[in-house]
Structures are given as structure tokens and as C-alpha cells.
Design a protein around this ligand. Structure first.
Ligand SMILES: [Zn+2]
Length: 301
């Protein structure tokens, strides 16, 4: 597994906010302890234009021109450094997706997260929709014809759903606590137009445990085997952990290992690569140990 990381991702930060730099520091410490090496993100040519294929020019320019600490909404902070950091997170995510296209396993350890970011606005701690920009990049460059995005963050990825709602080239499937923030993610949201039935929401009750989660995850494998994507992108949130302060799911560290194994087996059945792109996870133990379980699983032959 290729792990992409940069200390620059620590530069978007707000103390006492749940989405702060300590999240990545905790992950990096655990990986360093186990001697897992990371690589720096590689620049993507004209990456700002790539971002503008998913987000409006107005929104991207707005983020670019922030000069001081501001709040985009009651949950989402931004500063003069945010544009540079979020841009690098996009580059790391595209790098990871490119590895997956070449049948490799990769993990982009990025901040800020992305899956709530909509076309015209950031929200829910998210600035640019990393996973959506990476998927759009591969489709538009004709590198991939079909991409499956599996979103295992505890929250529904309303931004990713919005961006691909009318597309059959990207299949979005999300498992999330429901009802919960941001309020979207019911079974009735199935996509529209060409994208009808290419958007699948699996709402989960609070306190869903490992066994129940893994049972539900079979739907992901069924979808993947039928859709036959060229690669799988994972919106990898670890806030389904049992002690996460923001949500009420009941997944253990062992559960993260089993979920990772299930995803890997599914990719092996299809003979394709997988790119994990970090989203949420606010209990530092659950987050760092959860990522470690994913890394260990995908390192093994
Ligand atoms: Zn989340």
C-alpha cells in the first residue's frame, strides 16, 4: 500500500475544533511506530482547473482569497493557509486514485476532509471534495470509464452525492448513521437522469455494531461485482468508531480490520485497485488504530 502524506496538511488548523491537526499527527505517530513509510504528494498540472471541474469558479476563488480566520458555516473554519492545504489534499487524492487505476492500493492521509463539500460551498469541516475531484479527473481524462465510490464515514457524503447525482460513470454508495448530520442520505435518494440507480444510500441505526455493519456491507460487494468499476475510491471516515465524540456508531478496532479485509477481498475478486482518501474520525485512538488496521490489511499479500 502506498501511503501519501505531507506535514503541510497540519497547516489548516483550529485548536479545540474536532477537525484539527492532532488527527493526522496521531495517525502519523502510529504508522511511524510500526515503520510504515509515507511519500509526499506529487503536484498535479493545473490542479486549480481540476478543482474547478467540480466546484464553481466563484467558490474556489473565494477560498483562494481568504486573508484571515473565518467560518464558512457554524462548523467549518478556514484561514489564509486553507487554500494551499486543501489544494495539496486534492493533489494527494488524485495521486492515490492514479495508483488505484494501476491496480495498486493507496491511502491519501489528507486534511481538510472533503465529502460534505458541495459544488458551491464548503460545509461540515470540508473545503474541496477530494474524492469527487479525483473521480472526475480520471473520468474526464478518459483514464477510467466507471468508478465506484464507497463512503464509510459515519456521516452521509451529501457533497459527493450531489456532484454525481446525474452520473452513471461514478457509482456512489454510502453507509452512514441515519438520521444524523447533514440530514441527507435516505434510501429514496437514488440518483436521477442517467444517474438513476447509480446512487445508493444505506442508512444505519445508531449503535450499529461490527456484525450488523459487515452484514450490510454485503450490498457493497454485490454492487461492485455487478457494476465492475475500473477502481474503487473509499471515502475513509473512522468516525463509526464506538467512542467517536460526534456520532453514535459501535464499530471496534477489530471491526475496522474486518471491514478493510472485506473491501480488499472485493477488489481482488474484480482484479482492481483501491484508493482510500481520509475523511472524518474524531476519537484519536479509533482514528489512528483504524487507519493502522486498514494499512496492515492492504500491505499483506
Ligand atoms: Zn464524518
Amino acid at each position: 500500500m502506498i501511503i501519501i502524506y505531507s506535514d503541510d496538511f497540519l497547516k489548516h488548523n483550529k485548536e479545540n475544533h474536532p477537525e484539527n491537526k492532532n488527527r493526522l499527527i496521531a495517525i502519523k505517530n502510529v504508522l511511524d511506530d510500526k515503520d510504515y513509510k509515507t511519500i509526499q504528494p506529487k503536484p498535479i498540472k493545473n490542479v486549480e482547473n481540476e478543482i474547478k471541474k467540480v466546484h464553481s469558479k466563484e467558490y474556489v476563488n473565494f477560498i483562494k482569497n481568504i486573508k484571515s480566520d473565518i467560518m464558512l458555516d457554524p462548523d467549518t473554519y478556514a484561514s489564509k493557509d486553507t487554500y494551499f492545504v486543501a489544494l495539496k489534499a486534492v493533489e494527494a487524492s488524485i495521486n492515490a486514485a492514479n495508483y488505484a487505476l494501476n491496480k495498486k492500493y493507496s491511502f491519501a492521509l489528507v486534511r481538510p476532509p472533503g465529502h460534505h463539500a458541495c459544488r458551491n460551498r464548503g460545509m461540515g469541516f470540508c473545503i474541496f471534495n477530494n474524492v469527487a475531484i479525483a473521480a472526475e479527473y480520471l473520468i474526464r481524462k478518459n483514464k477510467a470509464k466507471k468508478i465506484l465510490i464507497l463512503d464509510i464515514d459515519a456521516h452521509h457524503g451529501n457533497g459527493t452525492q450531489e456532484i454525481f447525482y446525474y452520473s452513471n460513470e461514478v457509482f456512489y454508495i454510502s453507509f452512514h448513521q441515519y438520521p444524523a448530520y447533514p440530514g441527507t442520505g435516505s434510501e429514496n435518494e437514488k440518483g436521477a437522469g442517467k444517474g438513476k440507480n447509480f446512487n445508493l444510500n444505506i442508512p444505519l441505526l445508531p449503535y450499529t455494531n461490527d456484525e450488523e455493519y459487515l452484514k450490510k456491507l454485503k450490498i457493497f460487494r454485490k454492487v461492485a461485482l455487478e457494476y465492475k468499476p475500473d477502481l474503487i475510491l473509499i471515502s475513509a471516515g473512522y468516525d463509526i468508531y464506538k467512542d467517536d465524540p460526534l456520532t453514535q456508531m459501535n464499530i471496534t478496532i477489530k471491526g475496522f480490520r474486518k471491514i478493510s479485509e472485506y473491501i480488499k477481498e472485493t477488489a481482488q475478486m474484480l482484479g482492481i485497485g483501491v484508493a482510500f482518501i481520509l475523511e472524518g474520525g474524531y476519537n484519536l485512538k479509533g482514528l489512528s488504530q483504524g487507519v493502522l488496521k486498514t494499512v496492515e490489511t492492504f500491505y499483506k499479500k
